[in-house]
Design a protein around this ligand. Structure first.
Ligand code: ADP
Ligand code: MG
Length: 385
């Protein structure tokens, strides 16, 4: 049976009525890491791993939520005046419903069954997938028009304000706007994106290191604060600077002395990464995958040495990948301190790549890695039920 058929049956068993099914994808970021919250450039692609949402209307304002991943049900009344963060998975859905209501989209109560395929906390953005899938489902169920950018912004707001994670806009944007067989070059200031076709004979291979170091969240917030510190100092000598996006590598060098060493390094990563994303878009348009791969390698080094968000397992995964045949490029993807690498691999080498990487990573670290051979997928949509 088709996957959405299985979900429909489970929903019917659980709630005794028929659902509509929606899917929103996770993502990989090909290049442009830690640039989104600096008003910079990113190049994500949605991937064929989804958060699936089965949903049916209720006549009240209750969201009755069940996640198969969590094996847990929770009931929440949207009219409860004391509705607040609970510090659990339901916050992503409730926060999204509330953020939509704040922009004037009144949603109805609903029975909701969620089944995610995106591994949690691995840098593939299961959080954006659940927000965007739930948000889109609630809007469509209410018969409201759907503006994908407004949806992505509401989901980001939910994660920032209700869940309490300071993410940028990239994850929600790509989960909403992804296009099959394309990456998107996204300008995180203007929120305009350009689809870039990916070559047909290349796969996106995601290697999960299997680790997530517990320092990740705190370090992420600290990097954001360091970027803000850099902007403040640079703006005192360059008044037109509002974000690191506005700083060129030459300007950064010129004013190096006005920055503490660590802040300078953090800024250098962001400023050079923005250049790399633009060069990578040119390389992709020119069909120059070798150049694209070099830029991915440079991005990884910059994240490792200047931004200091890599870890031993990510470095091993990238180093091993660079020695396999048919690989154009490899780098960490997502916030860092564990999670996944993204690899551009010739499709006819991808199974060989998967086998050798599994064996070699396991023998180096003792950890069995999940490896997914993927292609770029469409963004959120209603699935045939
Ligand atoms: P990432 O976005 O990198 O996967 P996050 O920590 O941002 O990691 O988000 C993961 C969290 O999102 C999970 O711990 C869970 O609370 C929530 N989540 C994502 N998908 C689901 C799901 N299918 N069911 C329940 N909760 C989910
Ligand atoms: Mg997330």
């Amino acid at each position: 049976m088709h996957a959405s058929g299985v979900l429909t049956r489970r929903f019917e068993e659980l709630f005794g009525k028929s659902p509509r099914i929606y899917q929103a994808p996770g993502r990989v970021n090909l290049i442009g890491e830690h640039t989104d919250y600096n008003d910079g450039f990113v190049m994500p692609a949605a991937i064929g791993l989804y958060c699936n949402v089965a949903i049916a209307k209720r006549s009240d304002r209750v969201l009755l939520l069940h996640s198969s991943n969590m094996a847990q049900s929770t009931s929440i009344n949207l009219d409860d005046p004391g509705l607040a963060r609970r510090g659990q998975w339901t916050d992503y859905v409730v926060g999204t419903a509330l953020a939509l209501e704040k922009i004037g989209c009144r949603v109805s109560g609903a029975d909701i069954l969620i089944e995610g395929e995106v591994p949690f906390g691995s840098g593939l953005s299961s959080s954006a997938a659940i927000e965007v899938a739930a948000g889109y489902a609630l809007l469509d169920l209410a018969g409201l028009p759907i503006d994908l950018l407004q949806l992505a912004l509401a989901c980001q707001r939910a994660e920032n304000e209700f869940v309490g994670a300071r993410c940028g806009i990239m994850d929600q944007y790509i989960s909403a706007h992804g296009q099959a067989d394309h990456a998107l070059m996204l300008d995180c200031r203007s929120l305009q994106s350009t689809p870039l076709p990916l070559p047909e004979d290349v796969s996106l291979v995601v290697c999960n290191t299997g680790v997530k170091h517990s320092i990740a969240g705190g370090e992420y917030n600290q990097r954001r604060a360091q970027c803000e510190d850099g902007v403040k100092r640079l703006a005192s000598v360059l008044p037109e600077v509002r974000a690191l996006r506005d700083v060129t590598p030459a300007q950064l060098d010129e004013y190096k002395k006005s920055l503490p060493e660590t802040i300078y390094q953090r800024c250098r990563h962001v400023v050079t990464e923005n250049e790399r994303v633009q060069q990578a878009a040119e390389a992709l348009e020119a069909g120059d995958l070798a150049r694209f791969g070099e830029l991915m390698a440079a991005s990884h080094r910059s994240l490792r040495d200047d931004y200091e968000v890599s870890c031993a397992e990510l470095d091993i995964m990238v180093e091993l990948a660079s020695r396999q045949s048919g690989v154009f490029g490899a780098r960490m993807t997502g916030g860092g301190f564990g999670g996944c690498t993204v690899n551009l691999v010739r499709s006819d080498s991808s199974q060989q790549f998967r086998q050798s990487m599994t064996r070699q990573y396991e023998s180096r670290t003792g950890i069995h890695p999940e490896i997914y051979v993927l292609s770029a997928a469409n963004g959120v949509h209603r699935a045939a039920s």
